[in-house]
Design a protein around this ligand. Sequence first.
Ligand code: GLN
Length: 253
Amino acid sequence: MADRLRVCALYPELMSIYADRGNLLLLERRCGWRGIAFELTRVGHGDALDPDVHDLFYMGGGQDRDQRLVAEDLVAHKREALHAAAARGAVILAVCGGFQLLGDHYELGAERIGGVGLVDAHTVRAAGGTQTRLVGNVAIEVALPGLDGPRVLAGFENHGGRTHLGPDARPLGRVLSGHGNTGASGFEGVLAGTVVGTYLHGPLLPKNAWFADWLVQSALSLDAPLAPLDDRLEDAAHASALRAAGVPTPRTD
Ligand code: GLN
């Protein structure tokens, strides 16, 4: 059993809205409770990125203006490292604005922000300002490798961009409630090997502790699931987030 998880937070100053820090905190706590050491490295604008020394890369959400800054640096200085990390099976989890930058590009009117091209997707910001943002609680059904059946992720979304998956991309899940990638496709997020993109904020992992464990297990390439914890509080948070999304029969996961 691996005894440490090495996490890299990408652009924690610029890409960290909607309680994204809670995702990192939850990973730290759940590792700590199991005796797995947790190492957090913050890699920001202008910093070098070593593809080989992190098990899990995390990038949170961001405002359009911060995404511009980040995208420039990401494409110029971190793209190759992220591809190399994904190729060796490191987990890359990107939420909302981070998810949008995993794809080929993000279009804002006539402007086009480049992405790292880790997944076959592109995002287009809807015209019409705040009225056309996709906002609210969301629940999606996911089928993940290594789990014995479908599970449900609950969260909150707030995005102006619509993310269109290309033929080579598979969604992370199917929308049960809420808008998802485009508000119309019925798809949410993207899953490409160990690369995960999703619009679910709020924050994602405290509302779905089981998913955090799946990420840790994947990042450490463990064959067996992590040791169970007393998750009564986490399960209650999950059920409450599902109820908020209007999903009537919360599972016990
Ligand atoms: N700026 C992006 C959008 O509005 C992402 C927003 C976010 O990360 N919440 O689509």
